[in-house]
Ligand binder design. Structure first.
Ligand code: FES
Length: 166
């Protein structure tokens, strides 16, 4: 299948995986996030109830057959200042299962993409469709095609000579 991004087990549970996509015209950056244990599915999911939120989904993990982790994918641009990248190239920070934009401290729910706290509260990250098959995450979004791993290397670095033809 085209569009293989990364092995599921290689997605950290406390940070993001950065890669490049194209919409046919422009290259953009995207990030993968996983909620939960990419391992053996023993039901151990980090407690979401610690913060006292409404706890709708907190219930009994024994009951909850979420053996596979939930993987989501977002364009790597904050909704406060949309030229700002959430993952600067070495993984975005996460706190209590939420993605954090380090610039001004916006928190994003990794399931819905909604900013739950910060200057863009209520705004949503742009989601890309991904699917998991045989332990590999694939980009399955009709609007975007996978380009490669890692960040776009030509947007901040004017000293790059990688495009210079000798
Ligand atoms: S640029 Fe992300 S919170 Fe301000």
């Amino acid at each position: 299948m085209d569009g293989a991004i990364v092995a599921l087990e290689d997605i950290p549970t406390d940070s993001t995986v950065l890669f490049r996509v194209t919409d046919g015209e422009d290259e953009r950056e995207a990030i993968l996030v996983t909620n939960g244990d990419a391992g053996d599915g023993d039901g151990e999911i980090d407690g979401h109830s610690e913060d006292g939120r409404d706890g709708e989904n907190d219930g009994n993990s024994a009951d909850d057959s979420r053996a596979e982790p939930h993987v989501t994918c977002w364009l790597n641009y904050c909704q406060h200042l949309t030229h700002i990248k959430i993952d600067k190239g070495s993984g975005a920070p996460m706190r209590d299962g939420e993605l954090v934009c380090a610039n001004h401290g916006a928190y994003f729910d990794t399931t819905s993409g909604e900013c739950t706290y910060g200057p863009c509260e209520g705004a949503y990250l742009t989601e890309l469709e991904v699917s998991v098959s045989d332990g590999t995450v694939y980009l399955t979004d009709d609007e975007y095609a996978f380009v490669g791993d890692g960040p776009i290397d030509d947007d901040d670095d004017l000293t790059s000579t990688s495009n210079v033809k000798m």
